[in-house]
Structures are given as structure tokens and as C-alpha cells.
Design a protein around this ligand. Sequence first.
Ligand SMILES: [Zn+2]
Ligand SMILES: [Zn+2]
Ligand SMILES: [Zn+2]
Ligand SMILES: [Zn+2]
Ligand SMILES: [Zn+2]
Ligand SMILES: [Zn+2]
Length: 614
Amino acid sequence: MVGQEKDKKSEDQCALCNATANSRCGGCSKVSYCTKEHQKKHWKIHKGECCAWKVCESTSLGRYLTAVRDIKAGEVILRERPILLTPPKVTPAICLGCYREFNTDPEEQVQREYVEPRPCPKCGWPMCQNDECINSPEHAAECAIAEARGGAVIRDFNVDHPVYRSIGILRVLGLKDRHPDKYQKLLNLQSHSEKQRLEDAKAADSSSLHSNAAALGRFGGEYPEQRSEIERDKVVTVKVVRGFFQRKDVDEDTILNLISIIETNGHEIPIPNARGHINRRLIGVYNNTSFLEHNCKPNCVKTFDMADKAIVIRSAVPIKKGTNLSISYVDPLWGTNDRCNFLQMTKYFTCKCTRCRDPTELGAHVSSLRCQSLKCCEKTGLESLVIPEDPFAPEKDWVCIACKETYPVGYVSSIVNKIGKDMDELHEKFGDIPAIEEFVKKSSKFLSPFHFYLLEMKVELAQLYGRTPDEPILALAPRKLLRKIQLCEELLIVLNKIYPGYNRLRGIITYELQAAVCTLSKMKFAAGEIPLDKHLDELMQCGKWMTEVIKVLGWEPENSIEKQRADGAAQDLQLLKSMVLSIQGDQNEGAQPSTSMDDMDNSPDRESFIEEVF
Ligand SMILES: [Zn+2]
Ligand SMILES: [Zn+2]
Ligand SMILES: [Zn+2]
Ligand SMILES: [Zn+2]
Ligand SMILES: [Zn+2]
Ligand SMILES: [Zn+2]
């Protein structure tokens, strides 16, 4: 109470001179000022602490971030450089400066951007020919430790090297030696064991909720790495660090804890090459970002800045003051079982967000099946779907929301497994539109239209139509353009339910949608099938979508496919703009202005639309 009083008083006083204040900082709402001048003067001091969130702590959630003011969609909320950068756990030999793989075949080097290895003169670890890599600040940590040990030697470049698993720990020890403040920050982050403890305290009954239901998901319970393997690797890393590298100053528990901290908080950074292909990945650990909550319907999105490997967190939707900020650690298009199993396996916690608790997954029905009862056959859409009775009780029956017919969980998993196998076969015929359409048609008899299998295939189809070499978009038949539009619209409806606001996937689908609508509109107008005002309306709508695409995909890293789309959309928007202006120009020169054209010119809607788009 006393604390609150004090807070209130200080908010009403100018942060610089203590005089009565009458305006707050627009960035954080945390400090007030008497005048604009004092705000300007104080900025040097306030800059470092001005942000739209604060770190809170509770016994059930641990630390988390809360909005301290209303946040608009698309704002940069947080941008920070990593405390630690490390190669992924499983990697063949790579340069520890630029993370490129080695290969001595000159042809492969050009094709896949491999580099030729040479030993670092100081530590012997293989590096590329670039001196910058050998002298990079990141390599300095393992370089010094390996040099003190008498050097590291790697001979076989084409197999995964377990010794690379210790790089993360060696780099942490480098921080301990040279940047104790950063080392302390890292140690302060949560590890699995801590998360698990909080989870257990929160709900004793929920720790193994989804483990029995693994068979209901995409991966059938088979994950690339099982927990026992992970544990074994940790022990090997301890031996390498304490034995081979002679760092006896850190005990086993500290190393195990540090491995957990990197696993729990690490973000994978995909690095696109010049052609947009991802052939290098890094793990970055960030300080404040680590306090962001996970949510299967997140309100924030992350991107990376390749220049300094900073993570950039933006609001995906408008966020009200006092709301917790969240990102998703899993693909939001996965069904509840896959999401929960993956989170359990990799991040060691059970998600109990509103989407996970809702058997309909917020009405998106990403895991639901179609009812096979005769009574229900007539119904279409989302009316007769089969959902789990209780998403947290995997042994319980599933039930039709319309006729209440029950389905044993064994039936559900047999359907999901069967269709999963069909889909694996389909993946082998990549890009085969008729085969994918056939799969969609066949499995739609058993699955909700937004089931995770169908979503995956519909996302692929939406991008395939009009993008194959033999059928570019301008050569696409109107029937296929309509199908592309239908797919995009369907996907945007689901995204609004489970992955709302600005995000990469929405950007990609919107890009495909505007391309199809624009092409079809031009086609129909040229054939005299739609009047001029409808054509103009559709072009305006496309302009609006393009603006969104340019914004959202423009956040993605340089060279990435998404960034290339954003740049393409920016050019298309210029073309569209001149096209609309020239149509409007022709229209104004028309001798006999018709009433409908008068209406159009006077329409305030249209005026503001043009402003907004262009
Ligand atoms: Zn003042
Ligand atoms: Zn501020
Ligand atoms: Zn390099
Ligand atoms: Zn070195
Ligand atoms: Zn969840
Ligand atoms: Zn039914």
C-alpha cells in the first residue's frame, strides 16, 4: 500500500526536476514530465529503461512480461542482442565464425556454399579461410580454452561431431572468464528443472496429460530425439568440458544446469543464403525474451536481424495494458496433441493455455474429425465434428458435437495414423497439385476442414497454384484462380482464430490471395464480365493486401524468401498504383460522365481508401 502511494506520487512528478508533471512518456507510461524540454533532456537517462513492458514474477508462472500501456499491432516491443550464440547441438563440422559447413569439392562449395577448412592457428579448430572468422569475438571463448588445452583436432568433416555439443558450454565459460555480468544473467534464466518444479506445483495432476495420447498426433509419439539420448549426451558434454578441456573449475551440476538453460531458452536462428535457402542454423539465448510466455495463440511474433543476430519481438495484435506478452514455441498449425507433446519433450512443461483447454481449439477444430454417423452425413462445415470429450484426458472417448455419438480413442488414432501415412507418400511427390487435391478430397471425408493435415496441404496448395513453371499465375485458368482464392480465404479464417494478427504465415497467404484476386479481376474486366467500378474496388483491395504483405514480410531477414516476396509486392504495388491512376484518368476524360461514375468520384470511402493504400 505504502509502495503504491509512493509510485503514484513519483508518477505525477517530473522525472527531471520533481515539479508537478502533466504528461507521461508515450513509450512506457512509466515516467512523467513537467514540460517537453525536460522530457527531451531526460531522454539520455530514460532511453535505456523506456519500454512497453515490465518483468513480473509470480510463484506459479515464474517471471513473465506484462504490457505497461496499450500496444498497437506491429509495434517493436523488444529488440535485444544475444547473450550467447552457439551452433545447434547436432551439427557436422562447421566454421565457428560463419557456421558454414566444410567440403573440399569445389563444385559443392559453389552449389551449397560450403567452405574449405583450415585449422585455426591458435587452437587448431577447423575454420574457413576468412580471417574475420578466426578473429571473431564468438570464437574467442573456445579458442582460448582449446589453446590452453593444447589444441583441438577434427579430421572427418562429414559426420556429426559430438565435440560441437560442448561449444555452447565453452562459450558460457568464456563469459564467466571475461563478461561476468553476462554470465550472471545467463545463470539467472530458468532451466527445465525449474520450469518442471513450477509446473508440478501448479497442477500435480497435469504432468503426464498428453504423454499417453502421442499416437493421436502427426508424429505418432516418435520424436527425433528421445529423452534418454538427450540425458546421455549431457553426460558426454560434462566429460568433454571437465576432462578433455580441463575445466575442472566448473562442477557437473553447474554444467548440467547450463545445458538446461540453453535448451530451455535457446531460439533457433535460421540464416538464409543469397538464394533464400536456409542452410545454416544457430542457437541464440536472449535475456528479456526468455521471460516471454508461451501461448498456442500468441499475441507477439519474433524475427531476427542477421546483422547482429538480434531478436526482434513485435506485437501481432493490439495488446491491452496489463496483458501478458506471449510467443509460440511451436508451429501454431499443429494440433493440440503434437503441440503439447513437443513442449513436454523440448521445453519440459504442460501447456494449459485457453486453446489447449478448449476441445474445439477456439473453434478452429485443428484436431477434430468428421462424424461418420448417417444422421450427421448431411451436415457440412463445422456442424458435425468429433472432438475429444476432455483434451486433458487422452484415454477418454471422442464425441460428435451434433449427434453426441461417441468414438473410442483407438478409432481416432487409427484414422490419424492412416491419413498420416498417405501424407508421407504425398510428400514424395512434391508439388503434384492433382495428387494433393485428391488427398484433400479423400481425407476431408474423415477430417475437419481445418484439421492439421489439411491445413498443411492447403498452405502448400495455396502457394503452388500459379507458381509452377508450366502454369504461371497469368496462365492459370479462372477455375484454378478461384480455387487459389478459396484456399487463401479459408486459411485466413483459421489464422484469425488460432494465430491472429501480423505474422509470417499470414503475410505469405495474403501475398498469394492478392496475386490471385488481382489476376482474376483483370481477366474478368478484360472479358467484360465485371463493370469498371467493381474492377477498381478489387484492385484497391489488392493494394491494401499488398501494403500488409510489404509490412509483415518486410520484417523478415535480408535474402529470405519472405523478404523477396515483400520486395516483389512493393514493385507490384507501384504497378498497381499507376494502373489505377491511368484507369481513373481515362475515366475522367470520358465525355459523358454517367451517374454511377459521379457516385464513385464523390464517394468519401474511395477517397480515403486511396490515401490509405497509396
Ligand atoms: Zn521538469
Ligand atoms: Zn518511457
Ligand atoms: Zn567462417
Ligand atoms: Zn581458434
Ligand atoms: Zn497451449
Ligand atoms: Zn454426429
